[in-house]
Design a protein around this ligand. Structure first.
Ligand SMILES: Nc1nc2c(c(=O)[nH]1)N[C@H]1C(S)=C(S)[C@@H](COP(=O)(O)OP(=O)(O)OC[C@H]3O[C@@H](n4cnc5c(=O)[nH]c(N)nc54)[C@H](O)[C@@H]3O)O[C@H]1N2
Ligand SMILES: Nc1nc2c(c(=O)[nH]1)N[C@H]1C(S)=C(S)[C@@H](COP(=O)(O)OP(=O)(O)OC[C@H]3O[C@@H](n4cnc5c(=O)[nH]c(N)nc54)[C@H](O)[C@@H]3O)O[C@H]1N2
Ligand code: SF4
Ligand SMILES: [Mo]
Length: 737
């Protein structure tokens, strides 16, 4: 055998013959990486690369982004609209006119018989911003139902609610560059290296140059926890107790930034009085983190020159989601860490354009962070759209998690699902299935015909995906970035933008309403709605060309910013941070401190169901796998539904590594493969939610009272042995791509 360097074959990167690189933004997670798609002489897509000049990713991509261009012609794509009168009959292919005429007629019929709100619309965080705006205009201005929401209720609702309660407005105040300035970073319920790999890389890069403490709060020993200086494996659902105890120490030891608190906040007394009750000695018994560690972490955080918090679903998806967010904001306000470099409270967003839907879709309000409850806002938007202000509802309608129960009760008869797959992604799947069976009309608008929810559809509308379309996303740090149209839609699928405009033509409710012809014209229209004194969500200084030239621009970005670029063309940027002057969007301009009392209202393990059921994600897959499940190299790494279980718990139950196990909850059962690992404590199992007929057959999904977001991560299950051959058979019958 020949050994040694000189005998090794050199690595050769095959020549891809790229003729042109086209500019896009990744369509998976909210990191917002800029991707260039390589097209050859014949116009065929041959490869992708991260854009080296984009500040977000600086040339990097994760596995999903690198392979994303493979999805354009992946199996299961919808090629033509489909129609059937009853969902158990076979679908028939129809042309677009027939599908849209039928849909519009049925919507009008349901609304005529049962009232406008008996038809509901549930969208997503995965369309382009211009599409969100157009959908909002269609739903609010033409169809006129108030039961209109997005899957962001499963995802970001608690962050939105917490931001609004604390700061008077949605909008994450920080940015990735804060990593370069912070002296202490605390991450709550986020597994950054797997779920936002490129944000993690940005963080890691700064930590290699300059050490500062990284504290990770997660009941699991995630990859993030393994890289942390301090890992706090708290009892699920008790983050508020931990934070209250930290605040107790901070006030008790006089470590707070009293000058900031007195100048810029409301309710200081209430907060101080409440946290006085949360002595670490008592708190440790609830949150499972010992008193000394709580004190150490509190002192580290308050003592750092600048400290920042980030969080994701471990906080949001809880019955204390909104309170958790408000309490993280409390911690940052108390230590003077808002709106300063390295001092911030930064919610890490989920989907690629979950921010875009919050900003522009009119789901929970009106475009540009306007509110239905505010008469002036209703008038402005109605006037701008050319509709009667009285046509707009005066308060928000049902959230996604309340729409499904309203289908059960018969209050809602028709549903339009756009780019979301609730049959797999919502808690308590048996109940969701029963609700769907009850619908008189279900319209599913998705890129994939084989999306599970389509089982119950009457109309299927095939949508174009990602760079088959053109438009913007907003990422976690408020950066608006562009996807250029690279290729035409697959087969006879159409862009969501086209579908919304065509649907609008079929409603003559408000004859004055007009829809722009292209996404770029739509963006120009949105700019007009975004400008104005005191508006933080200002994009009026941006244009498609300037966004591409800057590889993404953060809002607020006003006409004054645009003028600054004209004077100094190298300087294309918006504002990296919000609230730098300590002025907030509340009535008196001060941030609200919110005293958060902990009530243990979760489904906790007991003698019948002794394990916590925790759920989340793995790096290779995205959500319900409609996309990544079709991409060979993503699927290969994680093909099987599995659970993490602690080896000691497994030994006690006689469960072997890679054996199949049945899990039971009060809702249903699921069969998964056991992966023995110390990542989870002895009383917990963790299951990625990517697989159909799996974890969401078990989850309960109790709702947060403020945000209506489900507690996906705190449920109780027990384990049972299962016949291995039967389980293997069941498993191979699952959808395999
Ligand atoms: N690869 C990949 N990346 C993704 C996605 C994907 O599907 N795949 N989805 C995107 C989307 S939409 C989202 S929302 C984000 C989600 O991103 P993350 O929130 O980072 O991911 P999750 O795995 O859902 O949950 C994070 C952690 O919360 C922990 N946790 C559970 N209960 C608690 C608790 O009570 N307290 C605390 N502090 N932690 C707890 C879990 O153990 C888990 O490790 O990822 C985005 N990025
Ligand atoms: N147990 C458990 N459940 C969870 C979670 C958890 O942590 N645990 N996390 C929750 C979270 S945070 C989220 S965000 C949700 C996600 O839940 P879903 O939104 O239901 O999941 P996706 O698989 O992303 O569904 C998006 C659908 O949109 C389609 N699509 C993609 N791009 C386009 C497009 O451009 N146009 C159209 N029309 N369709 C498109 C895709 O094919 C896919 O079918 O799941 C939630 N469910
Ligand atoms: S980190 Fe997120 S945005 Fe970046 S390539 Fe991966 S999935 Fe796409
Ligand atoms: Mo999400």
């Amino acid at each position: 055998m020949l050994l040694g360097r000189k005998y090794r074959k050199p690595i050769v990167i095959p020549q891809k013959n790229v003729k042109q690189w086209k500019y896009t933004t990744c369509n998976y997670c909210s990191t917002g990486c800029a991707i260039e798609i390589g097209v050859d002489e014949a116009g065929k897509i041959v490869t992708s690369r991260g854009h080296a000049g984009a500040d977000v990713n600086r040339g990097k991509l994760c596995i999903k982004g690198i392979l994303e261009h493979e999805l354009f012609d992946s199996p299961g794509r919808g090629s033509t609209p489909l129609l059937r009168e009853k969902f158990h009959r076979p679908f028939k292919p129809v042309d677009w006119d027939r599908a849209l005429d039928y849909s519009a007629a049925r919507i009008r019929d349901i609304q005529a018989r049962r009232g406008r709100d008996s038809f509901a619309v549930v969208s997503t965080g995965q369309l382009l911003t211009e599409e969100f705006y157009t959908l909002g205009k269609l739903v609010r201005g033409c169809i006129g139902t108030n039961n209109y929401d997005g899957n962001t209720t499963l995802c970001m609702a608690s962050a939105v609610s917490g931001y609004k309660r604390s700061f008077g407005s949605d909008g994450p105040p920080g940015c990735y560059a804060d990593f370069e300035h912070t002296d202490c970073l605390m991450a709550f319920g986020s597994n950054l290296p797997e779920q936002h790999p490129v944000i993690y890389w940005r963080l890691q890069e700064t930590r290699e140059k300059r050490r500062f403490p990284l504290i990770v709060v997660d009941p699991r020993v995630t990859m993030f926890a393994q890289f942390a200086d301090i890992h706090l494996p708290l009892v699920p659902g008790t983050d508020c107790v931990l934070i209250n105890a930290m605040l107790h120490v901070i006030f008790d030891e006089g470590l707070e930034d009293r000058a900031y608190l007195l100048a810029h906040t409301n309710n200081l007394n209430e907060l101080e009085t409440l946290v006085a009750e949360y002595d670490p000695k008592r708190a440790q018994k609830v949150c499972g983190i010992d008193e000394d560690t709580i004190r150490t972490v509190a002192r580290l955080y308050a003592g750092a020159g600048a400290a920042m918090s980030i969080w994701t679903m471990g906080i949001n998806q809880s019955t204390h989601g909104s309170d958790g967010v408000a309490n993280i904001n409390n911690l940052n306000l108390a230590t003077g860490n808002i709106g300063k470099p390295g001092g911030t409270s930064l919610s890490i967003t989920g989907q690629c354009n979950a921010m875009g839907t919050r900003e522009w879709s009119s789901c929970s309000g009106l475009p540009g962070y306007r509110q239905l409850e505010n008469a002036e806002h209703r008038n402005t938007v109605a006037d701008f759209w050319g509709i009667d202000p009285e046509f707009l509802p005066k308060r928000r309608g049902l959230t996604q998690t309340d729409i499904f129960p309203a289908i059960e009760t018969g209050e809602i008869k028709g549903l339009w699902l756009i780019a979301t797959n609730p049959l797999t992604s919502m808690a308590n799947q048996p109940r969701i299935r029963r609700a769907m069976e009850k619908l008189d009309l279900l319209i599913v608008q998705d890129v994939y015909e084989d999306v599970e929810t389509n089982q119950f559809a009457h109309v299927y509308l095939p949508a174009a995906v990602w760079a088959e379309k053109e438009g913007c996303h907003t990422n976690t740090e408020r950066r608006v970035n562009l996807t250029r149209n690279v290729l035409p839609p697959y087969a006879d699928s159409k862009s969501d933008f086209w579908i919304f405009r065509e649907m609008a033509r079929r409603f003559d409710t408000n004859p004055g309403i007009r829809f722009a012809h292209t996404p770029e014209e739509t963006f120009e229209e949105m700019k007009l709605l975004s400008r104005g004194a005191g508006r933080i969500l200002d994009i009026s200084g941006m244009s498609y060309d300037s966004i591409e030239a800057a590889r993404g621009i953060q809002w607020p970005c006003s006409e004054a910013h645009a003028q600054a670029w004209r004077d100094d063309p190298g300087n294309l940027k918006g504002e990296p941070r919000l609230y730098t002057d300590g002025k907030f969007q509340t009535a008196n301009g001060r941030a609200n401190l919110i005293a958060v009392r902990f009530v243990n209202n979760n489904e906790c393990p007991d003698t019948h169901y002794p394990f916590w059921l925790n759920s989340g994600r793995v790096v290779e897959h995205f959500h319900t796998r409609t996309r990544t499940g079709k991409i060979g190299n993503c699927n290969k790494f994680s093909p099987t539904p599995y659970m993490e279980i602690n080896p000691d718990a497994a030994a006690e139950l006689g469960v072997q590594h890679q054996q199949y196990v049945r899990l039971l909850s009060r809702r249903g059962d699921a069969v998964v493969m056991a992966q023995l690992t110390q990542r989870v404590p002895r009383d917990m199992v963790f299951i990625p939610f990517h697989f159909h007929d799996c974890v969401n057959r078990l989850t309960l999904g109790l709702l947060d009272p403020h945000s209506r977001q489900p507690a996906f991560k705190q449920c109780a299950v027990r384990l049972e042995a299962v016949d291995q051959r039967e389980a293997a058979r069941l498993n191979s019958e699952r959808r395999a791509f």
